[in-house]
Design a protein around this ligand. Structure first.
Ligand SMILES: *Cc1c(COP(=O)(O)O)cnc(C)c1O
Length: 417
């Protein structure tokens, strides 16, 4: 009993919050304040010394509350709670997934450095890498799940600047086809080029499978990023992001966040704390529903193929990665190829009654969309073809509804084709 460790889901209601500091309130209030009063001038001076790194923190000394761009109780409690799922030392919460991702990309690359990044990748990340990082003379080298370790190394060496590799960026599973990238290969490459003076970091966008079903920090990642808009927020009512990693890495991330000013607000942080209380039961139910819906779709005569991580046994190479990278569930994202083309795909989408036709994912309600004309509309036709983003592809994010109702909904809509 003595050594019993509470699970993250048990700690989401209380961890990091001291109700005695808030009039006994059982829930953390929204600390809707921009600034904090110091007890004495000496205290204010001490807080700033720590915040600005003018001296080392003393043992057990915490960063005092100064100003809500630097820290705020709602932000800090939320960050402590998020650390538990990934087993991270520290966390920073951001105003969006894109602000979390762009802050990491800016902090861990500088002019002349090389960034290795996977394709396909979230559209906003793709734009930031191709059009913004390159303005600052960062050399960008793409790779994909089709490449072997040797292919990626050859491409890196071909730049003549492999020794300037500074960041290996990963997003897995691929959106929208659920293709997996092997974290082990990425880590091997990061290690191969890492030196004491020039460490190579590995950053993983874990939005699709985290923070429950995949834990990249335990599989070689130095940095994990989230669009907290998705599963973590989970109710399609907020935009937020998060970055997690070691104390050392997070000091850099938090310093840049302070000066970009892209932290989450107290209210959004408070909403996310509310979301975290049900994170596990939501994601468990979403995964169960996805398994039932995938089974149904797999045997339907109007469906050509189902991309779902629960069906990987057919593909030994993918299944190996799934097992070796420590996934604990096939998740709740399903993509299907409808027999036919855009016309048939649109008939299905237009006739769903319970599932909603919208982009985004990870929320309590089931969402369906058409990647080729929606989330991936901006990708050039060659790349679309290469990554299997065809006109008959539909992506479904499965919610917490009754599974039989979801199956009924897809059955009746498929019947309209
Ligand atoms: C949604 C999403 C993002 C961007 O997050 P925002 O919260 O919309 O800024 C980044 N990566 C992935 C995988 C996403 O799904």
């Amino acid at each position: 009993m003595k050594d019993h460790q509470f699970s993250p889901e048990s700690l989401m209601m209380s961890h990091g919050y001291n109700h005695e500091l808030s009039e006994g309130a059982i829930k953390s209030p929204i600390f809707q304040t921009s600034t904090f009063a110091f007890k004495t001038a000496e205290e204010g001076k001490a807080f700033f010394e720590v915040a600005y790194g003018l001296r080392e923190k003393k043992e057990k000394e915490e960063l005092g509350l100064i100003y809500s761009r630097i820290n705020n109780p709602d932000l800090e409690i939320l960050e402590n709670r998020l650390c538990l799922w990934d087993g991270a030392e520290d966390c920073a919460v951001f105003s969006s997934g894109m602000s979390a991702i762009s802050t990491v990309l800016m902090e861990f690359t500088k002019p002349g450095d090389v960034l290795l990044y996977c394709l396909p990748i979230y559209g906003g990340t793709d734009h930031f890498i191709k059009h913004i990082l390159t303005k600052y003379q960062v050399e960008i080298v793409p790779y994909s799940s089709h490449d072997s370790k040797e292919d990626i190394i050859n491409r890196l060496e071909a730049t003549g600047k492999a020794d300037r590799l500074s960041l290996v960026y990963v997003e897995t599973p691929a959106n929208p086809t659920n293709k997996l990238i092997d974290l082990k290969i990425c880590k091997d490459i990061a290690n191969k080029y890492s030196t004491r003076e020039n460490p190579v970091y590995m950053a993983v966008d874990n939005t699709y499978m985290g923070p429950l079903w995949s834990h990249p920090l335990k599989h070689g990642a130095d940095i994990v990023m989230y669009s907290a808009t998705k599963y973590i927020g989970g109710h399609s009512d907020l935009i937020a992001g998060a970055v997690l990693g070691s104390t050392e890495v997070m000091e850099r991330v938090k310093a840049l966040r302070t000066f970009l000013g892209n932290m989450a607000t107290p209210y959004v942080s408070w909403l996310m704390m509310r979301s975290l209380e049900t994170l596990k039961i939501r994601m468990d139910q979403q995964a169960l529903n996805a398994a039932a819906l995938a089974q149904f779709l797999q045997q339907h005569e109007k469906i050509e193929k189902v991309y779902y991580l629960g069906f990987l046994e057919e593909d030994p190479k993918e299944y190996e990665i799934f097992k070796n990278n420590g996934y604990t569930s096939p998740g709740a994202m399903i993509s299907v190829l409808v027999k036919g083309g855009e016309k048939e795909a649109f008939v299905l989408l237009n006739h769903l009654k319970l599932a909603k036709l919208a982009v985004s994912l990870g929320s309590t309600e089931t969402l369906a969309q058409h990647p080729a004309s929606m989330t991936h509309a901006g990708i050039d036709p060659e790349e679309k073809k290469q990554f299997g983003i065809t006109d008959n592809l539909i992506r479904v994010s499965v919610g917490v509804e009754n599974a039989d109702d979801l199956i009924f909904d897809f059955e009746q809509a498929l019947g309209k084709i």
